[in-house]
Design a protein around this ligand. Structure first.
Ligand SMILES: [Zn+2]
Length: 559
C-alpha cells in the first residue's frame, strides 16, 4: 500500500539528549569537522540528478471556506510543520539547520532538503554529499550498529513497537523510549495546535477526531483516533497526521515515521466516486473470465474520496510524492471499519502537467498525443482503487486466500489486476453512458503513457512489476507498436483484446492460487527489457523530471 496508508501518527521530538541526534555515526562526525571548514559538497560531478524534481506550487481553491475554517487550516499547517521537524530527526541524525547551512550550493541544498538528508531517495539511498557513509537501514530509530539478531535477543520491551526509539545506555544495553517521551516538547505543542483547531471546526466529527489525535500524540495510543477518523463522513477538511508509515525503518519495518497531509475534500468528485462504486456488483458479473472465478460479491460501499492537498510534511514530503493514500494501517480498525482511500487530485494534476505530458511528447506518436488528458489520467488512477474490489479474495482450489497462496507475488498480481480492471470499469461505464467525459482513445492512450511514467520508478516494487508485466504482455499482443523513431502507437482493437485476455489470465491465476504460474509470469514478463530501458534513457536525457517537489504553505494559499 505504498501509495496509500495512513494510520497512526507519531512524532518525535525533543529527546535530543537521549535520542539519535546526540549520536551521529563515526562517518558523520568526521564529516562535521570537515564541513566546518569546507561545507558539504556533491560527491560526484553528475549534477543531472539535481534536476529530477521539478517545483510546483501546491495551491487549491479555498474560496468556499469560511474565515473560521481558514483559521483552522493555519493551525493544521503549524502542527504539520512539527511533524516535519520530527521526521528530520527520525531520518537523519544531525541538526537540520546546521546541516543545510553547511551546504553552499543552492541547488545541492535544495536537493538535500527534498531528500531530508544526504541520501538520494530515488537512487537506492546513495549518499550524494562528501563524507557521509551509507544510510543506516534503521535510520535514527535504532543505534546504527544494532543488528537484527541483537535486537531480537535483547530485553527491549517493545521490540516490534511502532511508536518508540531504541537507544543504548552507558553499559551498551538496548532500551526503548516511547515517542511521547522522546519528543515530548514537540508533541505537546502539536497536540495543543490540534486542540485549538478542533475548537474551530464546524464539523463535530472532525473536531472529535482532532481531539483524539491530540491525545494519541501524548499517549502513543492511536487506535481510538483511527476509529474516529473512519467515523467521519461529512467533514470538508481533513488532516492525516502522526507517525504512520513504516517504510523509513528498512531494518525491521516496525517503526512509524511522522508525517502529515492537510486536505480539502472535493465533495463533487467524492459523490461521483460513491456512485461508481455502486456499480461494482454488476461489473463483477460482466468480468471476462469463467463464472467460477467471480462468485464473490464485491462490497459497494467503498470509502473513496477525492481531495486537494494543501500541505505535505515529513515522510509524505520526502523524495517522491504520494498521490493516493489508503488508511488506516491498524488491522483491527480495518477489520471493523474497512479503509478509506484518498485520491490527491491537485498533486496528480502536477505530475500530469510536469511529467506525463512531456513523456508523451517524447514517446507517443504525434497523432495520438491529443488523447493524453488529465480527466483520463485521474479516472484511471481512481478506478484502479475501486477495481481492487473486483475479482475474488479466496481461491477456488482450497488453497486459502489469494494472498496466502501467491505469497511474495500476491501484491504485484493484485496491483496488476487493479490497473487492468480499472480500465475495464472505465470502458464499461463509458459504454453505459455513466462516464461522459472523453473517449475510449483518451483512456487507453493515457493508460499507455502512464506505464512509461510509472516504470521510471523501477521494476522492483509491486507496482513496478505489475507495470512491466502489462507492458511486456501488451507488446507481445500487439496492443501497441513502436516505430523507427522510437515512438509508440496504441492499436485500439488489439489493446481491447489484450486487456481482456490479461484480465482473464490474472483473475484465473488468483482464483486458482497458482503460485507456479505467477512465478513464471513474473520471471518472463516482470523486468525492463533493453529497448524500453533505452527509451527511458531518452526521457532522462530530455531532462524530464522524475517527480515533483512542492512550494507550499500559508503564503502560497494566501492565508
Ligand atoms: Zn493498488
Amino acid at each position: 500500500m505504498k501509495l496509500s496508508k495512513l494510520t497512526h501518527a507519531l512524532m518525535l521530538g525533543s529527546l535530543v539528549s537521549l535520542a539519535g541526534c546526540s549520536e551521529p555515526t563515526i562517518s558523520t562526525k568526521i564529516e562535521n569537522q570537515s564541513a566546518e571548514k569546507h561545507g558539504y559538497e556533491l560527491t560526484h560531478t553528475d549534477r543531472a540528478r539535481l534536476n529530477i524534481y521539478t517545483e510546483v506550487e501546491l495551491s487549491a481553491d479555498l474560496s468556499h471556506l469560511s474565515e473560521t475554517q481558514k483559521q483552522m487550516i493555519v493551525k493544521l499547517i503549524d502542527a504539520s510543520k512539527i511533524m516535519d521537524d520530527l521526521y528530520w530527526k527520525q531520518a537523519f541524525g544531525l541538526n537540520k539547520a546546521d546541516f543545510l547551512a553547511a551546504i553552499k550550493d543552492p541547488a545541492v541544498k535544495q536537493f538535500a532538503d527534498i531528500n531530508y538528508g544526504p541520501w538520494d531517495r530515488l537512487n537506492g539511498d546513495k549518499p550524494f554529499l562528501n563524507g557521509f557513509a551509507e544510510k543506516a537501514l534503521g535510520a535514527e530509530f535504532y543505534p546504527h550498529d544494532v543488528s537484527k539478531e541483537e535486537l531480537n535477543a535483547s530485553k527491549v520491551n517493545d521490540k516490534t513497537g511502532l511508536y518508540s526509539v531504541v537507544r543504548r545506555d552507558e553499559k551498551g544495553e538496548l532500551f526503548s523510549i516511547p515517542y511521547s517521551q522522546a519528543y515530548q516538547a514537540e508533541l505537546s505543542e502539536a497536540a495543543k495546535l490540534l486542540r485549538e483547531a478542533s475548537k474551530l471546526s464546524e464539523d463535530t466529527s472532525f473536531a472529535n477526531y482532532l481531539t483524539m489525535r491530540a491525545d494519541a500524540l501524548l499517549s502513543d495510543e492511536y487506535q481510538a483516533s483511527d476509529f474516529a477518523w473512519m467515523d467521519m463522513k461529512t467533514n470538508p477538511i481533513d488532516v492525516v497526521i502522526g507517525p504512520i508509515e513504516t517504510y523509513e525503518d528498512q531494518l525491521f519495518g516496525y517503526r512509524a515515521a511522522f508525517e502529515s497531509y492537510v486536505l480539502i475534500k472535493d465533495m463533487a468528485w467524492s459523490e461521483r466516486l460513491a456512485k461508481f462504486a455502486a456499480f461494482l456488483p454488476e461489473l463483477q458479473k460482466g468480468l471476462p473470465v469463467d463464472e467460477k472465478y467471480k462468485q464473490e460479491i464485491p462490497g459497494s460501499d467503498a470509502d473513496l474520496n477525492a481531495y486537494d492537498v494543501i500541505y505535505y510534511a515529513g515522510h509524505s514530503n520526502a523524495g517522491s510524492k504520494t498521490i493516493a493514500i489508503n488508511l488506516p494501517n491498524d488491522e483491527q480498525v480495518q477489520l471493523e471499519k474497512g479503509t478509506r482511500r484518498l485520491q490527491l487530485k491537485n498533486a496528480m494534476r502536477a505530475k500530469f502537467d510536469k511529467i506525463m505530458v512531456p513523456i508523451a511528447e517524447q514517446l507517443i506518436v504525434p497523432e495520438q498525443r491529443k488523447h493524453i488528458t488529465f480527466d483520463a489520467f485521474f479516472a484511471n488512477t481512481m478506478f484502479h482503487e475501486v477495481a481492487h474490489g473486483l475479482g475474488i479474495k479466496n481461491t477456488i482450489t482450497d488453497k486459502g486466500t489469494v494472498r496466502q497462496s501467491l505469497q511474495e507475488h500476491a501484491s504485484a498480481l493484485e496491483e496488476g489486476k487493479a490497473d487492468i480492471l480499472g480500465l475495464y470499469m472505465v470502458e464499461q461505464l463509458l459504454k453505459q453512458g455513466e462516464i461522459t467525459e472523453g473517449t475510449l482513445e483518451d483512456y487507453y492512450i493515457t493508460f499507455m503513457a502512464g506505464i512509461f511514467r510509472s516504470v521510471r520508478f523501477g521494476a522492483s516494487s509491486a507496482h513496478g512489476k505489475a507495470n512491466m508485466i502489462r507492458f511486456n504482455y501488451f507488446a507481445e499482443q500487439g496492443a501497441f507498436s513502436r516505430n523507427e523513431a522510437g515512438l509508440y502507437q496504441v492499436d485500439m482493437e488489439k489493446m481491447a483484446a489484450a486487456m481482456e485476455s490479461l484480465s482473464q489470465l490474472i483473475l484465473t491465476i488468483q482464483g486458482d492460487g497458482d503460485y507456479e504460474r505467477v512465478s513464471a509470469l513474473i520471471a518472463s514478463h516482470g523486468d525492463i527489457k533493453t529497448q524500453l530501458e533505452a527509451d527511458l534513457a531518452r526521457l532522462a536525457a530530455a531532462n524530464i523530471p522524475v517527480d515533483v517537489t512542492f512550494k507550499q504553505g500559508k503564503h502560497v494559499l494566501g492565508l
